[in-house]
Design a protein around this ligand. Structure first.
Ligand SMILES: *Cc1c(COP(=O)(O)O)cnc(C)c1O
Length: 415
């Protein structure tokens, strides 16, 4: 419920639980929900009773994570079958139901503030929609999100309010931060945040690495998993899966031109640069918050990190070439983020001359979310998922506010 620890640091498990070896031999006997329950209960069985936890998992993860095969050694784990078409649905839906469960014990309604540049906001809106005892306020920069993203933020209604800020994403974030430290607000309003560093978003992301392993027919003993990376939450969840016993040989972390993590793996040093806008925009991050967790999981040992993780970065031009190649070779339309994952896997196996392996590329979003980029690739027409067609026809509903904190404060205090 707190998100951040009192010293401003991130929560990380003190002990990473392991799963029984037998599970890996009989994993195909388990459903996705059963595997998810086994994993979650290892972390939080003392907090949530078994029946409730199972119920939350079934309700949160009401969509599959299918593994598509491209050739003998290349697979795509599709994580975009949730309501907002990106993997963030796993984390946001699970976190929302967990918070609803614990909000029952609060005497005041819980108000969630979240600033978004697009994708996080829609996953959070969907996740918290109709959760009892919780209201969500999404701040987004007016005119700076795509039309589809805006519809995904502004058409829920009920306990979800979209605040259209006359400013940039940074202005939105500043308003949220100011609200959290404002004494009057703190005194009167029960505030929480739903940002991506909440540990309850990482736990459900562990589930699908096991689900991917289950779906591999031949488990060669040389499994490579390639994760398109930004804030490194998805990669961290994968590393936790490996620490829990999942037999993955190597993680491959693809970055776009914001290559801070790739450089970190090479040099062991963190050099924060200015964020660059790229085609894989959900990975436009220059100070990845989950890096602190990775360093902690590996007890500050850069050599140990290098043994488990390879990283490579790709320009916009290469991202387009990757999308084109995947379409021409396999007749599969991959999104710009998935393209980074595909290219990073290819780099790793080529550089190291690896022949016998199973390579799983994590596909983080549905390509339809990035139609502006797709237009640059010569491919056949994309099929638009039905729930999107529905959203496009809904009426936008937002409250316009300026970027002045005093105005925002009055609004919050009148909630
Ligand atoms: C958030 C996001 C990413 C980056 O994931 P991290 O966990 O921040 O590394 C990659 N692709 C898409 C589509 C995303 O929405």
């Amino acid at each position: 419920m707190r998100g951040l620890a009192n010293d401003g640091g991130l929560f990380n498990p003190v002990l990473i639980p392991t799963l029984d070896r037998n599970l890996f031999n009989s994993i195909s006997d388990f459903t996705f929900h059963e595997i998810s329950y086994l994993i979650a209960s290892k972390f939080i069985e003392e907090e949530v009773v078994p029946d409730k936890l199972f119920e939350i998992i079934i309700d949160a993860i009401n969509f599959p994570a299918p593994l598509e095969q491209l050739d003998d050694s290349t697979f795509i784990l599709e994580l975009f079958h949730g309501p907002t078409l990106a993997f963030k649905d796993f984390g946001a839906r699970f976190m929302a139901r967990m918070m609803e469960h614990f909000a029952k014990d609060l005497d005041k309604e819980l108000n969630i503030l979240v600033a978004t540049s697009g994708d996080t906001g829609s996953a959070v809106a969907d996740g918290f929609y109709e959760r009892e005892g919780i209201k969500v306020y999404i701040l987004y920069p007016s005119g700076m999100v795509s039309e589809l993203q805006e519809k995904q933020l502004t058409t829920y209604g009920k306990n979800i309010t979209a605040l259209e800020v006359e400013g940039t994403f940074d202005d939105c974030q500043t308003l949220v931060k100011q609200a959290f430290v404002d004494k009057d607000i703190r005194k009167r309003i029960n505030l929480s945040s739903a940002n991506s560093i909440n540990i309850s978003r990482l736990i459900p992301q562990i589930f699908y690495y096991f689900e991917a392993y289950k779906q591999l027919e031949r488990k060669s003993g040389n499994i490579l998993v390639s994760v398109p990376s930004g804030n490194l939450g998805n990669l961290t969840a994968g590393l936790l899966a490996k620490k829990m016993g999942l037999p993955i040989t190597k993680f491959i972390s693809g970055t776009n031109s914001n290559d801070v993590f790739t450089k970190f793996i090479k040099t062991g040093k963190l050099e924060i640069k200015k964020t660059i806008k790229t085609y894989a925009n959900a990975m436009d991050v220059s100070n990845p918050s989950n890096l602190a967790r990775i360093i902690d999981i590996y007890s500050n040992d850069i050599e140990a990190i290098r043994r488990d993780i390879y990283s490579a970065s790709f320009s916009d031009n290469e991202i387009i070439i990757g999308m084109q190649e995947v379409f021409e070779k396999f007749n599969y339309i991959i999104d710009p983020h998935g393209s980074v994952g595909y290219l990073a896997l290819k780099n790793f196996v080529t550089e190291n001359n690896i022949k016998d392996y199973e390579g799983v590329v994590i596909e983080t979003a549905h390509p339809v979310k990035f139609s502006e980029v797709i237009q640059r690739v010569k491919i056949s027409k994309l099929k638009i998922p039905e729930n999107l067609i529905e959203i496009i026809h809904k009426e936008k509903n937002s409250i316009r506010i300026s970027k002045e904190f005093e105005e925002f404060k009055v609004y919050i205090l009148n909630l």
